[in-house]
Write a protein that binds this ligand. Structure first.
Ligand code: AMP
Ligand code: MG
Length: 438
C-alpha cells in the first residue's frame, strides 16, 4: 500500500481557511473551494511520483494527456512545395496585366522528388501537388490557366492569381524548435496527426489515473442477479463507469458491497491498495442506518457534508492513505450531477489536464420555474433553437433525483445558481450541455 501523503494539508487546516464553513449547509462554491484546496496540495506530490508518466506509441495515445511540452524537431513542411498540380515559374513584375506569358517546360517534378536543377529566365517546370519547388521558381500556375502552345512550351494566363500563389512555404505550419503542443494537452485526432507530422512515433503522457468504484447498500443488486422484491439494480456503478470511461481513466470495478462492516472495510482496503481515487455511492446521508460512514472515518480522514444543491446534498470527501475519496449520494441522478459538478474537475486535474468545469452556455427559458434562493439546482433540460435562431431550454418533466430517464431525455443541465430566485419564461439561464460529458 502507498504511504500517506507527506505534504498535503490536513482537512481541518482547509476548514480553517474557509470563511463561513458549515458542513451541514455548504454552498456549492464553498464545496468547490474546499475540494480544490485539498486537490492542489495532493497534485504536486502526485505528479512527482516516479511512475507519474509513461511513454506510449502514438497509435495508442488517443485521449491521453501530454506530460511535457512538445517542440517541433523540424520544419513542417520541410520544403517549400506546390499546393496544386500546375507549372512552377518565377513571377515577373507586371504579370498581373498579362493574359499570356510564354515559358519553356524544362522538367517535371513529381511529389516526393527533389530536382537538383534550376529554372532560368523564361523556363518553368510541370509540378504535382507536394512536389518540391525548383530553385528559380516562386509561384505555381494552376493547370486550368495554362495552355500548351507546343510540345515543350506553355502559355500562362497570369491575370487571375498573384506572385507566390499556390505554394506552401517551408515551416509555415511549424518551424523547427517551435512549441507544437503544450503540457496538459489532450491527444485528440488533430493532435495525433500533428505529432505524426513531426515524425514523432512516441510521446510521454501522464499515467492513467486509477479510479476504484463500488456501490454500497444491502438493497442494491449487482447486474445479472435475479430481481428481489424491495431491492434496486445497481444503476450508479454503470453510470460511473460511463462517466469515467469518457475521461479515459483506468477503472477498478469493485462491484456492490452489502451493508456489512467487514465487507465494507475489506473493499475500502482493496480499493486503497489498487487505486489513486476511490468513488463510492450510497450510505453517506445523515441518519443512515449503514456502516459506510463509520468505516470511512475509521480508515481515513473524511468530512461529511450536506451541500446546498439539488439533486445531491449528502457528500463525503477525504483521504484514505494516498487515495482521494469521494462518497457520492445514492440517488442515481444525484450521483451523476455531483460527479459532474464536484468530482470531474478533480479527476481532470489529477490526470494532468486543466481542471475545467463543464462548458456553460446561456439559453432562454421556455417556462416559469420555481427556485428557492439558497441552493444550487441542476435541472434536466432539453434545448432547441427557436424561429429567431435563439437557444431555448425547457425542463424534461419529473425532476426527482431518482428519475434517471430525465438524464437520458435531457441534453443539458439547467444550472440555477445559489442566489437565483424564480425564473420567468424568457429569462436567460445558464445551462451545461451534456454532449461530451456522459
Ligand atoms: P442512500 O444515499 O444510500 O440513502 O441511497 C439513496 C437512494 O438511492 C436509495 O433509494 C437507494 O436505494 C438508492 N441507491 C443507492 N445506491 C444505488 C445504486 N447503486 N443504484 C441505484 N439506486 C441506488
Ligand atoms: Mg443506503
Amino acid at each position: 500500500m502507498n504511504p500517506p501523503f507527506a505534504q498535503t494539508q490536513a482537512l481541518d487546516d482547509i476548514v480553517q481557511q474557509l470563511q463561513g464553513y458549515d458542513p451541514n449547509m455548504l454552498s456549492i462554491d464553498k464545496a468547490q473551494a474546499f475540494i480544490s484546496a485539498l486537490c492542489e496540495s495532493i497534485t504536486a506530490e502526485f505528479f512527482l511520483r516516479s511512475d507519474a508518466t509513461e511513454v506510449v506509441d502514438l497509435q495508442a495515445a488517443y485521449e491521453r494527456t501530454l506530460s511535457q511540452d512538445v517542440y517541433s524537431p523540424m520544419n513542417v513542411p520541410a520544403h517549400t512545395n506546390s499546393a496544386m498540380d500546375g507549372y512552377a515559374f518565377r513571377w515577373r513584375a507586371g504579370a498581373s496585366a498579362t493574359s499570356a506569358l510564354t515559358f519553356k517546360v524544362v522538367h517535371t517534378v513529381l511529389a516526393g522528388q527533389e530536382w537538383a536543377g534550376q529554372l532560368g529566365e523564361g523556363e518553368c517546370a510541370k509540378i504535382m501537388t507536394g512536389g518540391v519547388m525548383p530553385d528559380g521558381s516562386d509561384t505555381v500556375a494552376p493547370l486550368e490557366l495554362v495552355q500548351a502552345t507546343s510540345a515543350h512550351q506553355v502559355s500562362i494566363d497570369t491575370r487571375l492569381f498573384h506572385a507566390g500563389d499556390n505554394r506552401r512555404l517551408c515551416g509555415e505550419d511549424l518551424r523547427s524548435g517551435e512549441l507544437a503542443l503544450t503540457k496538459g494537452s489532450s491527444l485528440h485526432a488533430a493532435a495525433m496527426g500533428l505529432l505524426a507530422s513531426l515524425g514523432l512515433s512516441q510521446v510521454r503522457v501522464w499515467r492513467k489515473l486509477k479510479v476504484a468504484i463500488f456501490s454500497t447498500g444491502s438493497e442494491v443488486l449487482p447486474l445479472g442477479a435475479p430481481f428481489k422484491s424491495g431491492h434496486v439494480f445497481d444503476a450508479n456503478r454503470l453510470s460511473l463507469i460511463g462517466l469515467l470511461q469518457g475521461l479515459g481513466l483506468e477503472i477498478v470495478d469493485l462491484g456492490v458491497v452489502r451493508d456489512d462492516p467487514q465487507s465494507l472495510k475489506d473493499t475500502f482496503l482493496k480499493a486503497q491498495s489498487q487505486a489513486d481515487v476511490i468513488i463510492t455511492s450510497g450510505g453517506v446521508s445523515v441518519g443512515e442506518a449503514d456502516y459506510t460512514k463509520a468505516i470511512m472515518k475509521e480508515l481515513g480522514e473524511v468530512v461529511f457534508w450536506r451541500i446546498a444543491m439539488r439533486p445531491g446534498r449528502p457528500f463525503a470527501l477525504g483521504r484514505l492513505g494516498r487515495c482521494l475519496l469521494f462518497g457520492l449520494p445514492g440517488n442515481p441522478v444525484a450521483v451523476m450531477v455531483t460527479f459532474l459538478a464536484l468530482v470531474r474537475p478533480v479527476l481532470l486535474r489529477l490526470s494532468g489536464k486543466a481542471p475545467e468545469s463543464p462548458t456553460s452556455l446561456m439559453a432562454h427559458s421556455e417556462m416559469d420555474m420555481r427556485k428557492k434562493p439558497g441552493r444550487t439546482e441542476y435541472q434536466r433540460g432539453l434545448t432547441r433553437l427557436n424561429a429567431q435562431g435563439q437557444l431555448c431550454v425547457a425542463l424534461t418533466g419529473n425532476q426527482g433525483s431518482g428519475i434517471l430517464s430525465s438524464m437520458v431525455q435531457g441534453d443539458c443541465l439547467i444550472v440555477l445558481d445559489h442566489d437565483q430566485g424564480d425564473v420567468l419564461c424568457g429569462d436567460l439561464i445558464k445551462i451545461w450541455p451534456l454532449k461530451g460529458l456522459l
